[in-house]
Design a protein around this ligand. Structure first.
Ligand code: TEU
Ligand code: CA
Length: 574
């Protein structure tokens, strides 16, 4: 039963929950999460305040990259269930007012997809479905592009006797979007799922689909304009949107690594009829050192403050930002930008507040709502993820980094960190699976850090022992609070802070209402000694310290904050 009025731009008022299907909940004891598991937790998500779910890819796939290598876009992978299970999931979700987004991986397919098999055999009509090039014959590759998984972008195919391009693993050949037949097929696939009742899509690495003519070598240049944000990208996105059924109600969220501000603004401008939102990553590279992802440096709060303000302004009306804190390709946010030991609850709450009270559509990654933290990887052999595993091998075998040094660097940032099974309760395997062995180990902290413990509210690592506040309880309040008009539609203004301050503060405003959001992102107490506007007093609507909500406070400087303290304050009208 469909109880929601179909509504133009519904997603502007929605909170989206990002599910990593293989790690959410296993219902048939094979150690792998599945669709019936998701269906059974729809009420949990509704109670959390979720309006839509986005599931990582659940289609038939050899799972070289956990489903980001799709062999059949129209079939659910047996491991996750059946197409009927998906229909059931959609029906149950809709009956609770929750919309469903699928993850479409259209830059590349699996090498097991029948198109690739047909193309490598030069079957008529499929010759140009992928990007094939002759052997230059001089020992070099067709160009100097490097894939994202620490490998060259080209692999030799014995069958066709040519090289093919893959920006990711060799098992993930890139489609040739310059071929109109490819584009038509992809539109039909999206429409197939729209006919099944799906409400939108997350489009994987969608800013990589258009490549510069002739596939020129980068020769040291940045990839922008070459294989990121290529010449026909906007046109292809517009054509895709035009081809969709119910095109006005379907939300398109583009995953767009390395996107420029100009492009982000343009592709999300409603007048362009391309994407509705893009996923932003700038805040997730602020702790990358000169050597990139596997060479970390500490986060400077100043950089985070600047990045947040920059993107809020860039995607001002008529555009609309997604508010993306973390995902399945990143280490856990509380381990990375918070303090997952001494202030685990406080810092998880502080980060959620700073991000999710901004203007835009929040996307909450599975497990962040209970403060899940990085997995303590024990050895290189335990790394399951292709990107992290390849990165380790490259550091050791090619760059000559001693294993003892390379391993902690990879472990700290490995994608495995955020892919451990969801922690539901304190029974075997955190209640994730009845199997003896889940596909990847459960984080050993599950006996205390799990949904059940946080629903009953006994879980805290610090602060007063009498408080019942938990990350989950905090998320529920936060997501409920942001349903008020000032957070849904209000303007965003950052409050400038001195460079060395650990505080991030901003206001959200609609006529006659101003909210001050002020958060200390540090282990030490911090003082805010600047004005927060005209009001001299206000009411605290949300805090992560006991005895601090619903109280009146003086808004005149200074405002003192305890470690990782959150204060969301409604300014009094005077
Ligand atoms: O990720 C895109 C991407 O660029 C990744 O390489 C990611 O940003 C990287 O881990 C950062 O170092 C998407 C999916 O989210 C990811 O899971 C897939 O592996 C990738 O596309 C290929 O489909
Ligand atoms: Ca299963």
């Amino acid at each position: 039963m469909w109880i929601m009025r179909s509504q133009h731009r519904w997603w502007r008022h929605a909170t989206i929950y990002h599910i990593y299907p293989r790690s959410f909940l296993d219902t048939n004891a094979d150690g792998l999460g599945d669709l019936p598991g998701i269906t059974s937790k729809i009420d949990y998500l509704r109670d959390l305040g979720i309006d839509a779910i986005w599931m990582g890819p659940i289609f038939k796939s050899p799972q070289i990259d956990n489903g980001y290598d799709i062999a059949d876009y129209r079939a659910v992978d047996d491991r996750f269930g059946t197409n009927d299970d998906l229909r059931e999931l959609i029906a149950v979700a809709h009956s609770r007012g929750i919309r469903v987004l699928l993850d479409l991986v259209f830059n590349h397919t699996s090498d097991q997809h029948r198109w690739f098999q047909a193309s490598r055999n030069r079957e008529r009509g499929y010759e140009d479905f992928y990007l094939w090039r002759d052997d230059p014959g001089d020992g070099t590759l067709p160009n100097d592009w490097h894939g994202f998984f620490s490998l060259p972008g080209w692999t030799w195919d014995e069958v066709r006797q040519q090289y093919y391009l893959h920006l990711f693993a060799p098992e993930q050949p890139d489609l040739n979007w310059d071929n109109p037949r490819v584009r038509q097929q992809l539109i039909e696939i999206a429409n197939y799922w729209i006919d099944q009742g799906v409400d939108g899509f997350r489009l994987d690495v969608i800013n990589m689909i258009s490549k510069a003519p002739g596939l020129p070598s980068l020769s040291g240049r940045a990839p922008t304009g070459v294989f990121i944000d290529g010449p026909n990208l906007l046109q292809y996105l517009q054509e895709f949107r035009r081809g969709l059924k119910r095109s006005e109600e379907i939300v398109l969220v583009g995953e767009t690594p390395l996107i420029t501000p100009e492009s982000a603004k343009r592709y999300t401008d409603p007048a362009e009829r391309a994407l509705d939102m893009v996923l932003l990553f700038d805040h997730l590279t602020l702790d990358h050192g000169p050597g990139g992802r596997w060479d970390r440096k500490p986060l400077e709060i100043q950089d985070l403050r600047g990045t947040i303000a920059f993107w809020q302004h860039t995607l001002d009306e008529p555009s609309w930002p997604s508010i993306y804190m973390s995902n399945h390709d990143q280490p856990r946010i509380v381990s990375r930008y918070g303090n997952d030991e001494t202030y685990r609850f406080e810092s998880a709450a502080a980060l959620a507040t700073v991000f999710y009270l901004q203007r835009g559509t929040p996307i909450v990654y599975q497990g962040d709502e209970i403060g899940m933290r990085n997995y303590p990887l024990r050895s290189p052999e335990e790394i399951a993820d292709i990107e992290s595993g390849n990165a380790y091998k490259k550091l050791v075998n090619i760059e000559g980094v001693p294993p003892k040094e390379a391993f902690p660097r990879v472990a700290a940032n490995a994608r495995d960190n955020s892919r451990t099974p969801m922690q539901w309760n304190n029974t075997k395997n955190a209640g994730f699976t009845e199997a003896d062995e889940p596909w990847f180990p459960v984080n050993p902290d599950y006996p205390t850090w799990n949904v059940e413990a946080q629903v009953t509210g006994t879980n805290r690592t610090s602060g007063s022992t009498t408080t019942t506040t938990t990350v989950l309880a905090f998320y529920r309040r936060l997501l409920a609070l942001r349903k008020s008009p000032v957070f849904l539609d209000g303007g965003f203004t950052e409050l400038p802070a001195p460079p060395d301050s650990s505080i991030i503060a901003y206001t959200r405003t609609i006529p006659h209402q101003t909210i001050v959001v002020i958060v200390n992102l540090g282990d030490k107490p911090a003082r805010w000694d600047r004005s927060v506007g005209e009001a001299t007093s206000g009411k605290v609507l949300l805090s992560n310290y006991p005895e601090s909500t619903d109280i009146s406070i003086d808004l005149r400087p200074p405002i003192d904050l305890r470690p990782w303290e959150v204060r969301v304050i409604e300014a009094n009208r005077e």
